[in-house]
Write a protein of this length. Structure first.
Length: 156
């Protein structure tokens, strides 16, 4: 059998060239779709992460108001409805500790001079993102005045 290319079969060399060019075009199209998807996901991921942080901060604020009123609970959930244009609800899991042992060494325990210390931790959820905020505050038992030692984001 003779496999040489002669003038009787001129399309034999064209087929591999067309297939190779088509494959390159398909690879570029797939790469464009993947890059576009990654940019879209990173933008929405950042938005969800920010919403989770603000939900956690709303949980800390809610716990502070409840501590001031004197009707706080040791652990509860808070549901925050989304703003227009956002999907679903955001949730926060809040825990309130009165005079935690690890803070007693740093700040002292309940005292007559300046009340009791509280630690509030709030874990905010938005879609698949989670952020956690912690606040330490002291409360005067007579006047319910608070002094915030710190409010900061901590690692989840």
């Amino acid at each position: 059998m003779n496999y040489s290319c002669d003038k009787k079969s001129p399309g034999v060399a064209t087929l591999p060239t067309v297939l190779m060019i088509g494959g390159i075009i398909m690879e570029l199209a797939i790469a464009g779709v993947v890059v576009g998807y990654a940019f879209t996901q990173s933008g929405s991921g950042m938005r969800f992460s920010t919403e989770a942080l603000f939900t956690a901060r709303a949980g800390v604020d809610d716990a502070i108001y409840k501590i001031i009123r004197g009707d706080y609970q040791a652990s509860y959930n808070l549901t925050v409805t989304g703003t227009p244009g956002t999907q679903g609800e955001r949730k926060a899991e809040i825990t309130v500790e009165k005079d935690p042992i690890d803070l007693s060494a740093k700040f002292g325990s309940c005292s007559v001079v300046w009340g009791c210390y509280f630690r509030v931790r709030s874990l905010g959820f938005a879609a698949s993102r989670r952020r956690k905020v912690e606040a330490v505050l002291s409360v005067d038992p007579a006047t319910r005045e608070i002094r915030v030692s710190y409010i900061k984001e901590i690692a989840v």
